[in-house]
Ligand binder design. Sequence first.
Ligand code: NDP
Ligand code: 2IT
Length: 470
Amino acid sequence: MVYLTIFAAFFNKSHYNKVNKKYEAQINEFMESIKVRNGHQPEFLQAVKEVAETVIPYVEENPKYKKAKILERMVEPERVIMFRVPWLDDKGEIQINRGFRIEMNSAIGPYKGGLRFHPSVNQSILKFLAFEQVFKNSLTTLPMGGGKGGSDFDPKGKSDNEVMKFCQSFMTELSRHIGPNTDVPAGDIGVGGREIGYMFGQYKRIQNEFTGILTGKGIQYGGSLIRPEATGYGVVYFAENMLHTRGLSVFKHSVVISGSGNVAQFAAEKVLELGGKVLTMSDSKGFVHASKGITREQLDFIMELKNVRRGRISEFAEAYDDVEYHAGKAPWAINSDIVLPCATQNELGEADAQLIVKNKVIAVSEGANMPCTPGAMNVFLKNKILYSPGKASNAGGVAVSGLEMSQNSMRYNWTREEVDEKLKGIMKSIHEDCVTHGKENGNGYVDYVKGSNIAGFIKVADAMMAQGVV
Ligand code: NDP
Ligand code: 2IT
């Protein structure tokens, strides 16, 4: 009930309520039917609604998709797998976690998408991520369907041995369901190189097969150069593409970044390389503010702190006099030209967005998946801010995963430069698709939400139409 009330509040405030008056009844009717089946899954409803508001008007004007009930089929996962993950901790005690894989859509390629290990993981969160992944993967131009998985396992505070035991147990079951031509997982929150390595080792041991079953692998055993960097670099390449439409670039602009994990670290690295100034980074306990800008040496400190010592971002502020720590807060009140939310879903709310707009932001580019609430998104769209949703701007990660799959199939490795060039080309092509389908008549403003949803939809929809009722 609480979820439905929150949902109703989101809907009434929507920017698209005004824009889509003509199709309001169809959107409402569609969402009502989705709520009946998924009423207890607020994040999934939120992700579906954003798509419905922009894609239903398109479907109404292209009735072949309506007749084939493409959107109705796309919101129903092809398969949901849920399983027990028992493992022994360092004290010899039995621990039990829950594992999932959502195989959402395989119309254009094998299921593809990350694994998240975080205590908040549940079906609603993984279904929203899998649903968005279908559109994102379609946008990359590569042949990848959409999926997502993970567990409510919390890697924080666990020894390497415990993480390995968990990963082995998780893969023991997952290995029955995946394959290089079926479903190829990768990393997400809480799953990086260490976890992928343990899972790859267990898969190989069980199946007696060395194959590209996961992406984000170490470079020694089939990984691709630039995969660790790809999501963060891609976010900044996408922001550059948006800024170019107004004759601007990241150069000399200030940037607020949230998060300090994989995506945030490499977004920060690329901003520094392009001559921008990174003012903030954060974790779930608070944010750090370097008013003069984080230096390359300081970013190296953060990478070592987070990836090797697995410490808190507060320790960064303790180590440098010119850095302030703000406990229990997100960085949105810090004035900047560009905002890159790179931590987690719904981390930036409507009031934050109002403050960001008041502070004269130029561009907001999502590194995380769905970090802006619907209220925040509406504020950015209404104020004609350059605003890109994660499914467009964070697609660089899965795009280079797709390139890793190609290299594995060819048993060949491209150079750093080759992969980076392909990544830049893919981000540019996603940007162009968004402009084609998102440019508003009259004022020239590009609605990247609408653009990415429609562009991502068309390829999957046409493939589904060709394959019959499956
Ligand atoms: P990491 O686990 O490497 O880092 C996650 C970061 O987000 C950490 O700083 C973490 O802080 C913070 N965070 C996580 N949960 C919360 C929370 N509930 N509240 C506040 N902060 C939180 O993950 P990634 O960098 O890989 O992923 C970040 C985002 O990017 C996610 O939304 C993910 O889905 C998305 N993404 C990732 C891709 C990838 O290739 N890795 C590709 C595309 C999107 P703490 O350490 O305190 O938990
Ligand atoms: O959200 C995402 O796109 C990812 N976590 C990356 C997925 C992948 O398969 O590389």
